[in-house]
Design a protein around this ligand. Structure first.
Ligand code: PLP
Length: 377
């Protein structure tokens, strides 16, 4: 009998509905209520940022960041091509040109040694993406940004509760964006947050968040009426979303531990296959601690990956590939520019496969492991 093992299954802590009913009973449903406050304080405490603002999505947080740093048409923003669409789209929306840089073959993060060659007089920002919750080489990236007077916006969509040299991801760049999408470790269906590390940005961030008004100041009693004071949009989520998210945040440590257990079991299981040259396992540099957002394998090539995914499918295991590189997507070709070669990006996008990893999968990791091994035997 085949046991079907899905790629992802959202984990519910059991407290989500209770929190939602509290918000319901309080008759507090629009954004900015007590659950929003709890979630934001939790992020500020855990990550050590000056301010956290909940958003509808990581996409929305990246759009806010693009507005905050004053992106103008023609500005250039350096980023990897091996990332989700929103990393680039948020800046293209404001007329910027995404400049794609190749990734490192070990961490699959932007290659910090190739960033300087991509900088021009129009460069405004660098957007490092912490793939699979493993940090980019942030010391080097921050030094380059400092030297060239650029902003650094961390796309930490996958990086909640991860660290680089002891510092939480999201606390290192000028700003950071988190995702609480259903597929992420801590989630609220759709959701995200903008993290701000320099206090001088907070007031403008709140205005962008609250439809271009100073309503946040009004709610704090700092002014007696609020009005239209800047350009903004509606980026704050409903209190119902925050109520759901709070249940997840309270369990965030346990969720991370349970995911790491599965990740480590996979990692041990495939050690021999790596030694035999069948595949490559993820690489986590010593200075990075990750959150087991993802377990991926790198196969020798596109043909073997296709066969591998098919093999697992016949065994009931849903393994999936990941990004189509942005530099070769229709919009990337139209709006973006490539700096240097994209050799690693192109190769990895054809060879990477992600295995099921979700809290509650129990012993099913071993079933997946068995079928991975049997493919090579
Ligand atoms: C998930 C993800 C996003 C988008 O997150 P949403 O909350 O769905 O907008 C952006 N960047 C990366 C790297 C992601 O993994």
């Amino acid at each position: 009998m085949i046991v079907y093992i899905p790629f992802n299954k959202p984990y519910m802590t059991g407290r989500e509905l209770n929190n939602i009913s509290v918000a319901h009973n309080n008759l507090q449903l629009s954004g900015g209520g007590p659950f929003t406050g709890k979630c934001q304080s939790w992020l500020e405490d855990r990550i050590g940022c000056s301010k956290a603002l909940l958003t509808h999505s990581c996409t929305a947080a990246l759009e806010m960041a693009a507005m905050l740093i004053g992106i103008q048409p023609g500005d250039e923003v350096i980023m990897p091509s091996y990332t989700f669409v929103s990393t680039a789209n948020a800046f293209v929306l404001r007329g910027a040109v995404p400049v794609f840089v190749d990734i490192r073959p070990d961490t699959l993060n932007i290659d910090e040694n190739k960033i300087e060659a991509a900088i021009t007089g129009k460069t405004k920002a660098i957007v490092p993406v912490h793939y699979a919750g493993v940090s980019c080489e942030m010391d080097t990236i921050m030094a380059i940004a400092g030297k060239h007077n650029l902003f650094v916006i961390e796309d930490a969509a996958q990086g909640i509760l991860c660290r680089y040299k002891g510092k939480p991801l999201g606390s290192i760049g000028h700003m950071a964006a988190l995702s609480f999408h259903e597929t992420k470790n801590i989630m609220s269906g759709e959701g995200g947050a903008l993290l701000i590390n320099d206090k001088s940005w907070i007031e403008r961030a709140e205005i962008i968040w609250e439809k271009g008004t100073d309503r946040s100041k009004y709610f704090r009693g700092e002014i007696d009426k609020y009005t239209w004071v800047g350009v903004g949009s509606s980026y704050l989520p409903s209190e119902l979303t925050a109520a759901f998210l709070w249940a997840q945040m309270e369990e965030a440590g346990n969720i991370t531990r349970m995911r790491l257990d599965i990740w480590n079991l996979y990692h041990d299981c495939f050690e021999l296959l790596e030694q035999e040259g069948c595949l490559h396992r993820p690489c986590v540099p010593a200075e990075c601690s990750h959150n087991a957002h993802m377990y991926y394998l790198l196969l020798p090539g596109l043909a073997s990956r296709t066969d591998f995914i098919e093999h697992l499918k016949t065994k009931g295991v849903n393994a999936v590939f990941h990004y189509v590189p942005l530099h070769s997507s229709p919009m990337g070709l139209k709006h973006g520019r490539v700096s240097g070669q994209m050799t690693i990006t192109d190769s990895v996008s054809e060879r990477l496969v992600r295995l099921p990893l979700w809290v509650g999968m129990g012993d099913r990791w071993a079933e997946v492991g068995k079928h991975v091994v049997s493919f090579f035997r």
